[in-house]
Design a protein around this ligand. Structure first.
Ligand code: F6P
Length: 493
């Protein structure tokens, strides 16, 4: 086989992170383990069938790792310095775009230094993709950290077919317009042929931003871009008029892998053990989130604490288990959130806990998928109370796990999953009274109603899995590939 450094690939995924984690094997040697995320599961077969490669950061600063292969995947690391991680990843990605795109739940930082690093790092990713993509290949760029890559890549390699998928929300223009670099971001995205969003509303917000900023027509999710230099459209984009399609493709999970885990006796035994260890309460409520201010963990705790205070729930027969996995711990807003959440847990437990029972069982760890599935199986009520969330895959994971057609999902209407999971108990997490009512409804729901709702939810998740998501996106992208006759006609003009 050719040296991977010289290889060209027909299908290239570009994402902030590589889909692997560095591990140390039993004999002490370093190795890689595929991360359990749904994206890699969905794309692995496509990558194998199409001679694919994945470009991304290893997660370590100043890592000189060369391109390598593991588990049949071709992986191409992009080296990020400590300063780039601080300014591009922690800064512009997670302290500017993340809060802005989640409706300014936290105040975004608008820093020119962050922006400059974002441009430079996006250029690195674009150059890496331009260097390894085969002639007329397909490149699929992922997420908000890399919004400038589509345009940069098109300038370097006009022969490529380029897709982009935004995993987080896209805000209304009234908020997006705060961004000092709003034109550059939209121009960056419009370098793609197809731009995918989670919700119809996200695509609508993006198209409105295009109209407001560039005054180009955008009917039926199609942006008709004029040739370079015409109207308000920048010179460098393309000599020819181009069409860009923007629409929603709600992402999902690898549902079958959850069903397979539930079938394992050791996983079921672990679920029973968890119930037992929690003192066999009548109701286990569960929250599973990255420790992020968008997740509404505070609102969930407030509603639960009020129900305890009012005597509508009792710690002797109810417990709330909150898994909060560590995330972006060097960003100030995340540090402050951790302090606030942990103070609240202490207060609620101090106020309502007993020697035998805590009110909130709080765990600041990530867990392997087996343990998560056991927790989902043990939980009577799943609380997803995000204030804003692109999709929220935890909601879908809970549903996929409940092969027993039991359990109640309380789901925020501000999570993308609410567009599909309509048989959940939908809540506005800002409305604490409404949230309390939904929690009580979940606790007291009849077995018959739980079964009816869960069956409908499971049907949706099992028939709309992540494989279907990637197929829908890539099929739509393939349809936008210019035909030979269109290319010849453009060349003749
Ligand atoms: O979907 C949002 C997202 O930022 C993904 O891009 C990422 O995989 C996940 O959340 C975790 O975030 P991070 O890579 O910052 O740890």
């Amino acid at each position: 086989m050719a040296d991977i450094e010289d290889e060209r690939f027909d299908f290239v995924v570009v994402a902030n992170r590589l889909p692997v984690d560095r591990i140390t094997t039993h004999d002490g040697s370093p190795s890689w383990k595929t991360s359990p995320g749904g994206l890699v599961t969905a794309l692995e077969p496509v990558m194998r069938a199409n001679d694919g490669a994945w470009i991304g950061w290893t997660g370590t600063a100043d890592d000189d790792q060369d391109a390598f292969e593991t588990g049949g995947l071709h992986l191409v690391p992009v080296r990020l310095s400590a300063s780039e991680i601080e300014l591009y990843y922690e800064g512009f990605s997670n302290d500017t775009i993340w809060p802005l795109y989640h409706d300014v739940i936290a105040q975004p930082t608008y820093s020119r230094r962050f922006w400059e690093a974002y441009v430079e790092v996006n250029r690195k990713f674009a150059e890496a993709a331009a260097a390894i993509a085969a002639d007329a290949g397909t490149v699929w760029v992922q997420d908000y950290q890399l919004q400038l890559v589509p345009r940069m890549l098109r300038e370097l390699r006009p022969d490529l077919v380029i897709g982009f998928f935004n995993h987080i929300p896209f805000p209304a223009y009234g908020l997006f317009s705060q961004l000092p670099w709003r034109r550059e971001i939209v121009e960056g995205l419009l370098g793609a042929d197809l731009i995918g969003f989670q919700r119809r509303a996200d695509a609508g917000n993006f198209l409105r931003a295009v109209r407001r900023l560039f005054h180009v027509p955008t009917g039926h999710g199609r942006v008709e871009l004029p040739a370079a230099g015409e109207g308000r459209w920048p010179n460098s984009m393309s000599d020819q008029p181009r069409t860009v399609v923007a629409r929603h493709f709600p992402i999902s999970i690898d549902a079958r892998s959850y069903v397979e885990l539930v079938e394992r006796q050791d996983v079921r035994d672990r679920a029973a053990q968890i119930r037992h260890d929690l003192g066999n309460p009548s109701t286990i409520m569960l929250g599973v989130d990255r420790l992020d201010y968008t997740k509404g963990i505070r609102h969930r705790f407030a509603a639960y604490a009020e129900l305890l205070a009012e005597g509508k729930l009792d710690v002797d027969d109810t417990v709330l288990v909150q898994i909060a996995s560590p995330s972006r711990e060097r960003v100030e807003t995340y540090k402050a959130l951790r302090d606030e959440i942990e103070l609240t847990v202490g207060r609620v437990n101090g106020e309502y806990g007993t020697i035998a029972h805590s009110a909130i069982n709080y765990l600041h760890h990530g867990y392997p998928r087996e343990e998560m599935v056991a927790l989902f199986l043990a939980a009577d009520v799943m609380l997803v109370t995000a204030l804003r969330d692109g999709m929220n895959l935890v909601a879908k994971e809970y549903v996929a796990t409940r092969a027993d057609d039991d359990g109640v999902l309380v789901l925020s209407e501000f999570a993308g999953a609410a567009d599909e999971l309509k048989q959940a108990l939908l809540v506005n997490p800002h409305d604490i009274e409404g949230l309390k009512r939904a929690m009580l409804t979940a606790v007291h729901m009849s077995r018959q109603e739980r079964r009816t709702r869960m069956r409908a939810l499971r049907h949706r998740v099992l028939t709309h899995d992540v494989e279907r998501w990637s197929k829908d996106f890539l099929d739509a992208l393939a349809q936008l590939r210019p035909t030979e006759s269109a290319k010849a006609a453009a060349a003749a003009e």
